[in-house]
Design a protein around this ligand. Sequence first.
Ligand code: GAR
Length: 216
Amino acid sequence: MPAPCNVVVLISGTGGNLQALIDTIQAGVTPARISAVISNRADAYGLQRAQAAGITTQVFDHKQFDGREAFDAALIDAIDSHQPHLVVLAGFMRILTPGFVRHYAGRLLNIHPSLLPKYKGLHTHQRALEAGDREHGCSVHFVSEELDGGALVVQAVVAVQPDDSPSTLAQRVHAQEHLIYPLAVRWFAEGRLQLSAQGALLDGQLLPNTGHLIRT
Ligand code: GAR
């Protein structure tokens, strides 16, 4: 049996996506191993989730570093000490330097709570409601140097209900995040997902601009 895909996960908060990954790995669905969880916040609840699963944790408080370049350089050193095949951003709320992104080109995934390219940045659920969108959702993508940019791998579409608030809509989007992120990591771990100059490839086929589209 080939060695499982070695993954380092970066978080800043609750770690719901981290937990979904841990669960699918423990269930034997995703042939991966999380060798470390790194947070820029010492109080991130996701650190407790990692520890409960027996995963090594590390904290790098960005406020202790003299600028983004120094922070990202320390992060690269810490990540590379685990020699990961894949780096997973799971609610890691820091803007990364171009050098960081280039260093992990083709092996850096992110999840974002909108149907990219719509609503990059923050407050995505509120913005979708304010715009009167009938559909909202979430996206997994390879990370490029553009904020919340890069080739899309998979998107889940969620219907907006007339009485939705940002929090009810967020709940349904989170439930989909916890399905599509493990799916994308599974594809990568199985050697089925790659980044090419044209976009993301699944089983050697170029995915559409939306990535693989799941309608709920
Ligand atoms: C998720 O909704 C994720 O999509 C979002 O942060 C949340 C983290 O939740 N990420 C971004 O907005 C990145 N631009 P979690 O800590 O429970 O996984």
